[in-house]
Write a new protein. Structure first.
Length: 659
């Protein structure tokens, strides 16, 4: 793969090899391009944008090409009379449509099926059409006209009309390009207005959560980069799918506890961004609720769950700030956006793009090289496994033995098969260099500037709080818009500086299988009640659907009246040879007295259970404390924490009767 020469980000500048003639938006040129077959052709194009190192050319059909300044003279030639050419193309397609319409008339006239006002005229036309041929031949000609000739002519007429419409709109291409320039001015004005609102605090609200002694006057404000999630940190309401916006004050009280505040906001003055939830929470309509009203209510709750807050610590004081900004996963960008690798500031950067020119990530050259090396290593391993598989199935007998041993094709044993193609790792990973040689250089630069602008809004909020709010008092007269003031006032805490756990990422399913390997009759488990509720929910939805034809937004879980279920914590009544566990309990027989008791059982796979007997207190921290599994932790929390509570003496094996 050809890779450009490394260029230091500090020296990355637009190309100075400008076209000799002044290029302006709205000018028309003939541009040489290479089509998908590798053939060179010349297209009629209009200048719609002039970048720092390229000119964007757009055809009348709205297809765009970027021409680098270095290739301009050899690729583009000026069209001085574009209107004449456009009018000529319109006239060409008008004539083509008229000619095709004449062909349609000729075909229908020969077959006697043209527009006829009366049945007698149509009959006469048919007699005339068959005067020199048999009815059999005439019938075949009609069928051919219906299935081949006329559909083909109508398709050509349709395409010609589309082409004519495209050229009729060609004159609007320069106007659209010039109007697009005005949008940037409007966006800049809106940006200024929003920045003033941020600084003045017009789009924010601050609530004091806890009072106490303030931090020393010269203590820096530490900004923690990673956004946290309330439901993951405190696990409030984990039994019902995690907390939501209405629980915000409960979270305030939880965070205000000394041990929690010291863990999450570890510096005397610091700021941490929080969102209520990371994942979507399942919500359902109540049985008697109006479907439309209930649906709107659910949508409003889901929007509220996406709210972002800043929690601010000042000594023992704690504040919660809500603003109109929806902060990203990171409160501020990585240093590599500005400097590349902090240990190697001159290192080149690479942008990850896909299906367009806008990037979604920036990595350093050393990171890119490691990705390429990893890909090449995976390709070698895949090829080796593929060769071993082919060698193992050369004969039918060898294939049978391989099947008995469970040998599978490499494609079925890899999660991501490193496909080998002629494009190499560069196409595989969709990275391109951030250099002036790249016609997407401006887009990458704008994306970096946009990220910095979005993240720099936090500086506006903080400066506004420093100037007009007691949140950080006492403090020196910091001016964080200056480099000196920024260094004096703020300390950025990067995720990369946090110690990552050693070893492999914890695997919950492996952990579950290890615990469940000792399952036996009488073992105490958790997970069976959730599996039973899901099964009953499916039965209830099917029942309602059969009766009403629909069941709106019913819950996936259902507990029948008088049926307590197996219990959150329960004993395995029997264990089958295939590993499936059976639970037994008693339920009411109906709406009558308690004496109507029915013995009930439920069977489920061990894959949905957790062996509480084999659980070691504190095991939940294996997954909660590891940042690599924190995003997935909530789905396992009900199992792990119920086991933790049981060993702490706070849970008992579920009762048999719903009292």
């Amino acid at each position: 793969m050809n890779r450009p020469t490394d260029i230091e980000p500090s020296t990355v500048v637009p190309s100075e090899v400008l076209p000799e003639d002044p290029v302006e938006i709205g000018q028309w040129y003939w541009t040489k391009v290479i089509d998908h077959k590798g053939n060179e052709k010349e297209l009629f194009t209009c200048v719609t944008h002039v970048g720092s190192n390229y000119v964007e050319m757009t055809t009348p059909g709205q297809t765009s090409y970027r021409i680098h300044f270095d290739l301009w003279e050899s690729t583009c030639r000026r069209e001085l009379n574009p209107e004449d050419h456009i009018k000529g193309r319109i006239a060409h397609y008008q004539k083509k449509v008229h000619r095709l319409m004449s062909e349609v008339k000729e075909v229908t006239a020969l077959l006697g099926v043209g527009s006829v006002p009366a049945l007698t005229d149509g009959t006469a036309a048919m007699v005339k059409a068959t005067s020199d041929r048999s009815y059999s031949t005439y019938s075949k000609d009609l069928a051919k006209a219906k299935e081949e000739t006329l559909p083909e002519l109508f398709k050509r007429i349709e395409n010609a009309n589309k082409s004519m419409a495209t050229w009729m709109k060609a004159s609007t291409v320069p106007l659209l390009a010039k109007s697009a320039q005005l949008k940037s001015v409007i966006n800049e004005v809106e940006e200024r207005i929003f920045n003033v609102e941020l600084y003045a605090g017009l789009v924010e609200s601050v609530v004091q959560v806890k009072d106490g002694k303030t931090a020393p006057i010269n203590a820096k404000v530490h900004l923690l980069q990673r956004r946290c999630y309330m439901d993951e940190e405190c696990l409030a309401q984990y039994q019902t799918g995690g907390m939501e916006f209405k629980d915000i004050r409960k979270f305030d009280r939880w965070l205000a506890r000394r041990e929690n505040m010291d863990r999450i906001l570890p510096f005397p003055k610091c700021v941490v961004a929080f969102r209520v939830r990371r994942e979507h929470k399942e919500r359902y309509l109540d049985g008697g609720e109006n479907p439309l009203v209930g649906f709107i209510s659910i949508m409003l709750k889901e929007e509220a769950d996406k709210a972002t807050f800043l929690y601010i610590r000042n000594g023992s004081q704690l504040y919660r700030l809500q603003t109109a900004i929806d902060f990203d996963e990171k409160l501020f960008p990585d240093m590599k956006y500005k400097l590349g690798n902090p240990s190697n500031p001159g290192e080149m950067l690479w942008a990850k793009t896909f299906a367009g020119s806008t990037p979604d990530d920036i990595i350093t050259d050393s990171e890119y090289r490691s990705i390429v090396e990893k890909h090449e290593r995976e390709v070698k391993e895949w090829k080796k496994a593929q060769a071993a598989y082919k060698a193992a199935i050369k004969s039918p007998e060898a294939k049978r033995r391989a099947k008995e041993k469970g040998l599978k094709h490499p494609d079925h044993t890899c999660v991501d098969v490193p496909w080998v193609d002629s494009f190499g790792p560069h196409m595989y990973d969709h990275y391109e260099p951030y250099t002036p040689d790249n016609v997407n250089f401006d887009d990458i630069s704008d994306w970096i500037k946009g990220n910095l602008k979005e993240h720099n809004r936090i500086a506006l909020i903080l400066q506004g709080l420093l100037d007009r709010s007691p949140v950080f008092h006492p403090h020196p007269p910091w001016q964080i818009w200056t480099p000196e003031g920024f260094l004096q006032a703020l300390e950025l805490v990067y995720d990369e500086t946090r110690t990552l756990p050693a070893g492999e990422k914890p695997d919950f399913e492996f952990y579950r299988r290890r615990l469940n390997a000792t399952l036996k009759t009488g073992s105490i488990t958790v997970g069976q009640e959730d599996a039973w509720l899901l099964l009953e929910g499916e039965k209830e939805r099917n029942r309602v659907r059969d009766r009403r034809g629909s069941y709106y937004y019913m819950s996936r879980k259902h507990q029948p009246y008088g049926n307590p279920g197996p219990g959150t914590i329960a004993r395995v009544a029997s264990l089958k040879r295939n590993g499936r566990c059976t639970f037994r309990w008693q339920r009411r027989g109906g709406w009558s007295a308690k004496k109507d008791i029915i013995n009930t059982s439920f069977e489920c796979s061990p894959d949905v259970l957790l062996n509480v007997d084999a659980y070691t207190p504190g095991d939940f921290k294996l997954f909660f404390n590891d940042p690599r599994t924190r995003a997935e932790y909530l789905q396992w929390a009900p199992l792990l924490l119920e086991a933790e509570e049981y060993h702490a003496g706070n849970r008992k094996v579920g009762s048999n009767i719903d009292d």
